[in-house]
Design a protein around this ligand. Structure first.
Ligand SMILES: O=C(O)c1cc(=O)[nH]c(=O)n1[C@@H]1O[C@H](COP(=O)(O)O)[C@@H](O)[C@H]1O
Length: 290
């Protein structure tokens, strides 16, 4: 391995600039509110303003790939430039691409988002385990090799996720590779099986595999064995507060990374107003979780 582990890189970034992850989500409604055209050019100006406001002030930013993808290759070109400028300035980038596939296709997605020098290479990427946790193996391998991270959807912030992620399954009956640590016959939720698989994967101590657990409601998960990073979206626009974070994640705070997007972005397009909003939330989070 050529460099520090993802866990070490995150710890050092958090120590320097706090644990808040600010989203770069160029929603059409935000483009309009900022007086920008709904074009790739508008997205580019939006992203440039975000970069100026957030880089150096927060530890992590998370571009939402969908809002760039909406403009096709021109949007992707903006995303490539945004990722590379932010990373060059030493701020960590989580690409919110929610990728998940099988075999060589998953390997190709992994190269795209976690490769050494690929155009979209980021520090971490969000992935979906719902084609089987084991199908994420190419991404785990590449991330480990390059000191990068994955954030695996476990219990998402949206209300629709509950039926699937909360469904009970019998340990060992679906895919033994997904359920290490769960004894046969023991009933766990689908989301808990993802947590357990992540615990098993992180036994190497590198914390490559993080989880996505929404801050919008009690997650009902046993996170006591999980010491890796947790991306917690839902702060602000989806209704979660810092007090909710403190309550919901009371036992798993070391690498907790709360995410907020619209609640900060609504303060644009003024760079200083955006920066102040991000700093306010960053400091509230630090104080609330102290
Ligand atoms: O993976 C994510 O980041 C994510 C997972 C989840 O469970 N819920 C969730 O809202 N997100 C993302 O986090 C961001 C939240 O944005 P705001 O609701 O504007 O703060 C969006 O980019 C969502 O796609």
């Amino acid at each position: 391995m050529s460099q520090l582990s993802w866990g070490s890189r995150l710890r050092s970034a958090i120590a320097d600039r706090g644990r808040l992850c600010v989203g770069i989500d160029p929603h059409p409604s935000l483009l309009r509110a900022w007086g920008l055209p709904e074009t790739a050019g508008g997205v580019e100006t939006f992203a440039e303003i975000c970069v100026e406001a957030f880089v150096g002030d927060v530890a992590l930013v998370k571009p939402q790939v969908a809002f760039f993808e909406a403009y096709g290759s021109a949007g992707y070109a903006v995303l490539e430039r945004t990722i590379s400028v932010v990373r060059a300035a030493g701020t960590l980038v989580i690409a919110d691409a929610k990728r998940g596939d099988i075999g060589s296709t998953m390997a190709a997605y992994s190269q795209a988002w976690l490769g050494e020098d690929t155009p979209l290479a980021s520090d971490a990427v969000t992935v979906s385990p719902y084609l089987g946790f084991g199908a994420l193996e190419p991404a785990v391998e590449l991330a480990t090799e390059h000191g990068r991270g994955l954030f695996v959807l476990a219990r998402t912030s949206n209300p629709e996720g509950g039926r699937l992620q909360g469904a009970r399954l019998l340990g060992g009956q679906l895919d033994a590779a997904d359920l290490s640590g769960v004894s046969a016959g023991e009933s766990v939720s689908v989301a808990q099986s993802i947590v357990d698989a992540a615990v098993a994967q992180n036994r190497d101590g590198l914390d490559t595999v993080g989880l996505v657990v929404g801050a919008t409601r009690g997650h009902g998960l046993d996170l006591s064995e999980f010491s890796g990073p947790i991306l917690a979206p839902g702060l602000g626009a989806q209704g979660a507060t810092v007090a909710d974070l403190a309550e919901i994640f009371r036992d798993s705070r070391e690498l907790l990374l709360p995410n907020t997007s619209r609640d900060v972005l609504r303060h644009g397009p003024s760079v200083s107003a955006l920066r102040e909003a991000a700093e306010r939330v960053r400091d509230d989070v630090e104080n609330g979780l102290a």
